[in-house]
Ligand binder design. Structure first.
Ligand code: MSP
Length: 645
């Protein structure tokens, strides 16, 4: 039996979980669900990252010991996973002895082989990111390249892992393994990072500065750097050093799911660590984008953090799982809003899928005494087309699962649902019933019910509860199987179906309350008029102009958008952040010639969906009739993220 091992990042226990955490864990759960359904020996791991500065700081703020901080926060993650129906096979905590002993063992082994050495470090340090920054990494002379906050000078003796030794090996490995880092533009990003000389990695922190960590086995004055400790969870959990057989079985089929912000640690630190201990890199590291609120990051200070527990309580677990997976195009950022959730729920689940089910159930109850009708011997073209579309969707979904591109599979299944609704309109079974054309009616309803069966089976790992109800309603088998989903004729004529009220009751969008219009006081108007000089038409003040945030942005990826001749989808790097924008420049530039250009971006434009694709900004271009050229910076390699003004 082939094995399949999928992991989420282990989450810091400095704060409660948010939708970013929920997304990766649901993604892992659903991928694991499909692979279980394919008969593979699946292991799905999640857990918590409990050492380091962030946790120590949170503990101090809450007047707790670090252990109390970990114990009280870890349950919030575990409760959430239970609520969201997550079926993880293991939950690792880095404070567990089974993990710490493996970390110590690896540290000692590398130290004994002179792959870890002690040296004095003089440079700059970013406290929030817990990272040492070299002069050439610094932004504007002093700012951390990751978070853009000021760094502090530091002189310290520390232990270093000889990461630099593996630079060329890693470059060659990435180049020769196109599936190692996904999406492909994240592999390019890593190769870009590897263009600069790779430094050795500082893997210790003196206890005088940070005590909450795993003590180095060869020097009790130091603890292990939290990332060096955390990454090892992926192998300590499957028995590295204790159960070689089990470890080898799962490690040969390992897939890491991560957010784009932790790319370098996973695609540079981790493979070189593995190389040093004689293990192959994982099969795939898949980096997804970020959930944004509008175009902002979620943050406590902005007060916009979305609590997944509340969303699941309010709207149900399965719709929430469905929304997160279908809304985010893998790899790219997505903008979250409750309104967006309700819109997608109402259109995809309540209208398309729920209505289809209702129609079919009611017609079978009425016309065939609540039993699946036997189809006539002759299928018409439209019947065959619908059934073919359903089994094609099973192929697409299987391919999407193997390529870790679930959103594409889900989209294809939902297209089948829409097709099925159109089929109902064109075959009009209600008219067939009235006209007494029972044989044709039986065929239509059988094909419609079979299509629903395939759809529900294909979406079973995404919405296990709701799809089980759907399958039971139409008397279909409730286990997941691609083979069954690809076949027709699985429903047995004569099987009793059940009545159902709405599987996905429509959600009413609350109208935002209109603020009562207060009449403007006359005196205010007068004052305003006196203070604001009257400008000639078309002239703006410097304050008006300052509202527009212009930034340089480096194009790192460009691709065509299917069925949209004029549009290109670009990934642009603004230094610390990579964004997606959609631009109507496809007639003037090929995707290839855009890569590497530094353009100018209107960075604070309200996000928009263009042909269903999220766009987080607008590039500047000069247009002269049919001639269009981008506004670019006049030297190559000018960094992204610089302000323009
Ligand atoms: N502890 C490290 C991971 C160690 S793995 C060996 C860590 N933890 S974290 O809790 O800060 O973040 C965990 C994951 O959540 C990361 O993959 C991160 O990208 C993801 N997200 C955090 N905010 C997010 C969004 N707003 N949207 C999507 N995912 C985001 O990093």
């Amino acid at each position: 039996m082939s094995s399949f091992y999928v992991t989420t990042p282990i989450y810091y226990v400095n704060d409660k979980p948010h939708i970013g955490h929920a997304y990766t864990t649901i993604l892992g759960d659903v991928i694991a669900g499909y692979h279980r359904g394919m008969g593979e020996d699946v292991w799905f791991l999640t857990g918590t990252d409990e050492h380091g500065q962030k946790v120590q700081k949170a503990a101090a703020e809450h007047h707790m010991t670090p252990v109390e901080q970990c114990d009280s926060t870890v349950v919030r993650f575990q409760e959430l996973w239970k609520k969201l129906g997550i079926r993880n096979d293991d939950f690792i905590r880095t404070t567990q002895e089974r993990h710490k002993s493996v970390v110590r063992k690896i540290l000692q082994d590398l130290y004994d082989r002179d792959l870890i050495y002690k040296a004095e470090y003089e440079g700059r340090y970013c406290v929030p990111c817990e990272r040492f920054c070299t002069e050439k990494d610094l932004v504007d002379g002093n700012l951390c390249p990751d978070c853009h906050r000021p760094t502090n000078p530091i002189v310290e003796s520390n232990y270093f892992f000889r990461m630099s030794r593996y630079q060329q090996w890693l470059i060659d490995y990435i180049r020769s393994h196109p599936d190692f880092i996904l999406p492909a533009y994240r592999a390019n990003e890593t190769l870009g990072f590897l263009k600069k000389p790779l430094e050795d990695l500082c893997i210790s922190r003196p206890k005088s500065r940070l005590s909450w960590g795993i003590e180095l086995p060869f020097d009790p004055d130091y603890v292990c750097y939290v990332w060096f400790d955390a990454l090892i969870n992926y192998i300590s959990a499957i028995g590295y050093g204790t159960d070689p057989e089990r470890c080898a079985k799962y490690w040969s089929a390992a897939h890491h799911l991560i957010g784009k912000d932790i790319l370098t640690t996973h695609t540079v630190y981790w493979p070189t660590m593995l190389k040093a201990i004689g293990l192959e890199p994982p099969k795939t590291i898949l980096a997804h984008g970020w959930w944004l609120i509008g175009r902002d990051k979620m943050s406590k200070s902005l007060g916009n953090v979305v609590n997944p527990m509340e969303m699941a309580d309010k709207y149900g677990v399965d719709p929430f799982r469905y929304f997160l997976l279908s809304e985010m195009t893998l790899g790219q950022d997505s903008s979250f809003s409750e309104e967006g959730f309700i819109k997608r729920y109402n259109s995809d689940l309540a209208n398309d899928l729920g209505n289809m089910l209702n129609r079919v159930v009611k017609l079978i109850l009425r016309g065939f005494d609540g039993r699946i009708p036997a189809p006539g011997s002759l299928l018409e073209k439209e019947d065959k087309e619908l059934l073919a579309a359903a089994s094609d969707a099973a192929d697409v979904m299987e391919h999407a699962v193997r390529n870790l591109h679930l959103d594409k599979g889900i989209e294809c299944v939902m297209d089948v649902v829409r097709k099925a609704n159109r089929y109902m309109e064109s075959t009009a079974p209600w008219t067939l019933a009235k006209e007494g054309k029972t044989e044709r009616l039986a065929t239509v309803l059988y094909c419609a019910a079979e299509t629903l069966r395939v759809v529900a089976q294909l979406l079973l790992p995404v919405m296990p509860e709701k799809m089980t109800v759907l399958l039971k309603t139409i008397g279909a088998p409730t286990e997941f199987s691609f083979e069954q989903a690809k076949n027709h004729g699985v429903l047995n004529p004569g099987t009793a179906i059940q009545d159902i009220n709405a599987l996905f009751p429509r959600i009413q969008l609350e109208e935002p309350e209109k603020p009562a219009q207060e009449p403007k006081k006359k005196t205010e108007k007068v004052r305003a008029a006196r203070e604001e000089p009257v400008l000639p038409e078309g002239v703006i003040t410097i304050a008006d102009f300052a509202k527009v945030e212009l930034k340089t942005a480096k194009i790192v990826q460009a691709e065509k958008i299917p069925d949209a001749e004029k549009l290109l989808k670009l990934q642009v790097s603004l230094g610390a952040e990579t964004r997606q924008i959609v631009s109507g420049i496809a007639r003037f530039y090929t995707p290839e010639e855009l890569i590497g250009k530094t353009i100018v971006l209107v960075a604070n434009l309200k996000p928009a969906k263009i042909r269903g694709v999220d766009s987080f900004g607008m590039l500047l271009a000069a247009k002269d009739g049919e001639n269009l050229r981008l506004v670019t910076v006049d030297v190559p390699d000018f960094p992204g993220g610089a302000s323009v003004g």
